[in-house]
Each structure stands twice: as structure tokens, then as C-alpha cells.
Design a protein around this ligand. Sequence first.
Ligand code: HEC
Length: 154
Amino acid sequence: MGMYKVMVFGWVVLCTGSVFAQHDHSHGATAADPRVAVEFPTPMQAHILENMRDHLLAVSQIQEAIGKSEYDQAAKIAEDRLGMTALKTHGAYENSKYMPKGMQEVGTQMHRNASKFAIAIQNASATGDIKPAMLALGATTQACVACHAGYRLK
Ligand code: HEC
């Protein structure tokens, strides 16, 4: 239900973006950029982007681990780098003070779904069925998409 909200929000923002883009060839991207610009203290910005690049690396390493049937490894990467554990170790609490509420919620969705994935992929070792885990991983990356559609750094 939380995820539903996030997805609808993401679509609304994406659709608005494409309508604007069609009519705005001359004014530059920022004039029509519908994303909310969020102001973090300058020293935090580089750290956030570095963390983001690690998020993407983690997703690709998770996919690789699944492909090699290394489910425990996939679970560990997801929990430590994207899940509720990452929320604590990456100073996300400090970051979240600067975030609008909607952005915080999408971030929480990402952490929760990554932890759900970590459990589901460990279950797959016993059941042989990776579909529930893949759905949780999909919900995790949908949170990436929703946040990127709605927000940018100032
Ligand atoms: C709560 C919001 C939020 C979530 C969730 C989120 N991001 Fe980001 N991400 C951002 C913002 C804000 C930027 C900066 C975008 C800008 O200013 O144009 C960013 C930028 C990035 C970048 C570019 C980094 C750079 O060096 O410029 C990558 C890669 C990225 N995110 C990957 C991910 C991945 C993968 C996920 C999900 C696993 C994710 N992000 C989840 C907010 C988020």
C-alpha cells in the first residue's frame, strides 16, 4: 500500500516531466525540471552522491550473485548496503533531517524493500523459488526511480 503511493507519485512526476520536455527545447533543462530541489549542506552532497553510486553498484552485484545462485551473498549485499542495516551505517538519519517528508518516505520504502528482499532470497535457498525475492528487488529499484523522478540536489 505504501509502495502503491510511491509508484503513483512517480508516474505523475514522470508524465509531467515528459509533457514539459516536449514544449521546452529552447529554455534549457532546469527551467522545466519538475523535480523538487533539496538543499543539503555542501559537505554532505558529495557523500550522498558517492553513496548513490554504491547503491547502483550494490544492485548490479546482487543481480550477479543471484545469477550465480549465491543467495546468501545477495542477501548480505542487500541488507548491508541498501537495507535497514544500511540506514544506520550510512548516516541516513543525519541526511533525512534535510529531506521533505515525501522523500523520507521513499527512502524508507527502499530500505524496507531491500531488507524484505534479503529475507526472501534466503528463503529461496530452501524453496527454490526466487520470484518473491525478485518482486521485492523490483520494489526496491522502484523506490530509486520514484525518488529520482521527484527530487534532485540543489
Ligand atoms: C530518497 C531518495 C533517493 C533514493 C531512494 C535513491 N536515490 Fe539515487 N539519488 C537521489 C538524488 C536526490 C540524487 C541526485 C540527483 C540530482 O541532483 O540530479 C541521486 C543520484 C543518484 C545517482 C547519481 C550519482 C552521481 O554521482 O551523480 C545514482 C547512480 C543513484 N542515485 C542511484 C540510486 C539507486 C541505484 C537507488 C536505489 C537502490 C537510489 N539511487 C535511490 C535520491 C535518491
